[in-house]
Design a protein around this ligand. Structure first.
Ligand SMILES: [Zn+2]
Ligand SMILES: [Zn+2]
Length: 201
């Protein structure tokens, strides 16, 4: 198990004839974003493979694969959902000795470019960002997930709570066919208040 995925690019930077290669398995990815530590959890050991070839002075091309089973939360009831992803990596790299934390920027061609300053390149943030880009924005543990009661937080998949008991049966059935995107607006009783224009005092 590799704790932080690193690729050593020192010899590639010295002589552009050699390619660099790294592979391993990750059970999570820790990365920093806006000075906060974040963790992506994987349901099983996630294999990655990365090759880097030189393109010119201080520029390289990274390619490879990453196949994590990302642990996400059901958008309605918050229970764990395992999302298998097959990610193809392909990114330009640029070495700039003054850069402390690797970051992605848009190259002149419109392609994404990973800029880094440490030849012992930590791929954590890059792999995390690529994973998040490849993952769905929200998932449901089941298409017919009933979600949580908005009053008491009870998981309605386990049966109704006292608040649901007052809702007529036909209304509950209506909820089942609603696509994920519209659920929030339908279930949130205050959604329509957002459009309301209050008179200025
Ligand atoms: Zn659910
Ligand atoms: Zn309730």
């Amino acid at each position: 198990m590799t704790d932080s995925p690193r690729i050593h690019l020192g010899s590639l930077l010295r002589s552009s004839t050699e390619d660099a290669h790294v592979e391993g398995n990750l059970d999570h990815l820790q990365y920093e974003q806006g000075r906060t530590q974040h963790t992506l959890r994987f349901a099983e050991s996630a294999p990655f493979e990365v090759d880097v070839n030189a393109l010119g002075t201080n520029e390289m091309y990274l390619q490879g694969t990453f196949e994590p089973v990302l642990v996400m939360e059901c958008a309605r009831c918050l229970r764990e959902v395992h999302v298998p992803l097959e990610i193809t990596l392909g990114t330009l790299l640029r070495y700039e000795p003054s850069v402390e934390t690797p970051y992605l920027e848009e190259a002149e061609t419109g392609e994404e470019m990973l800029v880094f300053g440490d030849p012992d390149l930590d791929l954590s943030a890059y792999l995390a960002e690529t994973t998040l880009l490849g993952a769905p924005l929200s998932v449901l543990h089941d298409e017919s997930c009933r979600g949580l009661c908005q009053v008491c937080g009870h998981d309605l998949n386990d049966g109704p709570c006292e608040h649901m008991a007052q809702v007529p049966v036909e209304e509950i059935d209506d909820e089942l066919g609603i696509p994920a995107g519209s659920l929030h607006a339908k279930q949130n009783p205050f959604a329509s208040l957002a459009d309301l224009k209050l008179p200025e005092e």
